[in-house]
Design a protein around this ligand. Structure first.
Ligand SMILES: *Cc1c(COP(=O)(O)O)cnc(C)c1O
Length: 373
């Protein structure tokens, strides 16, 4: 057996490597490395795929979140509600605008933002009066969309726009509708390990709001106006490279096939493991993009050791909830503030998962895990 990779990008490169090299050669030939024709073509294809009116490509998922917050005019004195059980980028983008992340704990079964706790937290911030509630950023953790029916209804009641952090959920669906298009703005990431990854950094913002689209386009090129030497607002250098767009145009061709592979692999793991560990609950009407396969077990350390002994890698997303990270200590949260996220951080485990992993290997891994339990 070849060694088992946690995420195997080489297997994918073997499948479509020659097509990608030809696509890159076309970029070398025309030489438009910044905002070349591939960028616009990709944006058109991404918007069509997701079903949003517009896709604005950008330099990373993190910058996509930052651009979205800037486009909504969010900054100092504002509160943006998100969860502490996520990658640092979500709360980091909020903080960089000058706004404050206000955390809302997650549900113990879906690992996503708990809508009931969202409403309570918005009320508390309003009552305190120190910060203005301005937006909500739910995260589609491990590829599963959050409960947007409830979250959008609460946000509407308080007149807050919702930004979907779909960095892990490109390709996921809720009732037939694609993730990244379940709120006013959706953001995804093309970091190599994400469901649709490029060969470097990249991201995209989706919206059907034309005024927001115009602001995003201006903000990603230094707040440009009619041309590049007219600056009408402060922006960033937030463009997607033409080379990355060319690579993504090839990868998107095999995306549906890869998503099918992910679905059957997840099904295989769940069938073997569901009775002995707690798998992420996928509510009716939801389809995950399966960015990771993660489950909860209080025997986590023993499972890690056993797999390690057989040279099978594992990962912990996330070992420390954001409110307990040094970078966010300025927010003043104490240990115990978000018990569900804290318990997940102690018990969550991710096992090897990618479209090129065979069902037999997943079964072998499952049996090793079961032998510990
Ligand atoms: C990866 C990720 C991001 C950041 O995306 P980058 O492209 O790496 O900047 C943001 N949020 C979540 C939930 C992520 O998983």
């Amino acid at each position: 057996m070849n060694s088992i990779q946690f995420i195997d990008l080489k297997a994918q490169a073997e499948k479509i490597g020659p097509d990608i090299k030809r696509a890159m050669d076309r970029v070398f030939a025309h030489g438009k490395f910044i905002m070349g024709p591939e960028v616009y073509l990709l944006e058109k294809q991404l918007a069509e795929f997701i079903g949003a009116a517009y896709a604005v490509s950008c330099s990373s998922g993190t910058d996509g979140l930052l651009l979205s917050l800037m486009a909504l005019g969010i900054g100092r004195g504002d509160a943006v509600f998100t969860t502490p059980f996520t990658f640092a980028a979500t709360a980091e983008a909020i903080s960089i605008t000058g706004a404050e992340p206000v955390f809302v704990d997650v549900q113990p079964d879906t690992f996503n933002m708990d809508p009931r706790k969202l409403e309570g937290t918005i009320g508390k911030i309003e009552k305190e009066g120190r910060l203005n509630p301005r937006a909500v950023i739910p995260v589609d953790i491990f590829g599963l969309p959050a409960d947007y029916v409830s979250i959008n209804a609460i946000a509407q009641k308080y007149h807050l726009p919702v930004i979907e952090d779909g960095a892990q959920s490109f390709g996921a669906k809720w009732n037939g509708k694609f993730a990244c298009n379940l709120t006013r703005i959706g953001v995804t990431s093309f970091f190599p390990a994400k469901p649709l990854g490029c060969y470097g950094d990249g991201g995209a913002v989706f919206t059907s709001d034309e005024a927001l689209r115009d602001r995003l386009i201006s903000l990603r090129v230094h707040g440009q106006g009619e041309d590049k030497y007219e600056n009408i607002r402060l922006g960033i250098n937030g463009r997607l490279d033409t080379l990355q767009a060319a690579i993504l145009l090839e990868k998107i061709k095999i995306f549906n096939w890869e998503m099918e592979q992910r679905r059957s692999l997840a099904g295989c793991y769940r069938k073997s493991l569901a009775e002995r560990v707690v798998c992420q609950h996928i509510p009716d009407g939801y389809e995950s993009a399966w960015a990771q396969f993660s489950f909860v077990s209080d025997r986590r350390d023993a499972i890690i050791e056993k797999l390690k002994g057989k040279s099978i890698p594992t990962a912990i997303y996330y070992p420390n909830p954001l409110h307990l990270q040094k970078a966010f200590s300025f927010l003043g949260y104490a240990k115990g503030a978000f018990p569900v996220s804290e318990a997940l951080s102690r018990t969550i485990l991710s096992v090897p998962f990618h479209p090129y992993l065979s069902l037999e290997t997943a079964e072998t891994i499952s049996h090793i895990i079961l032998s510990v339990l």
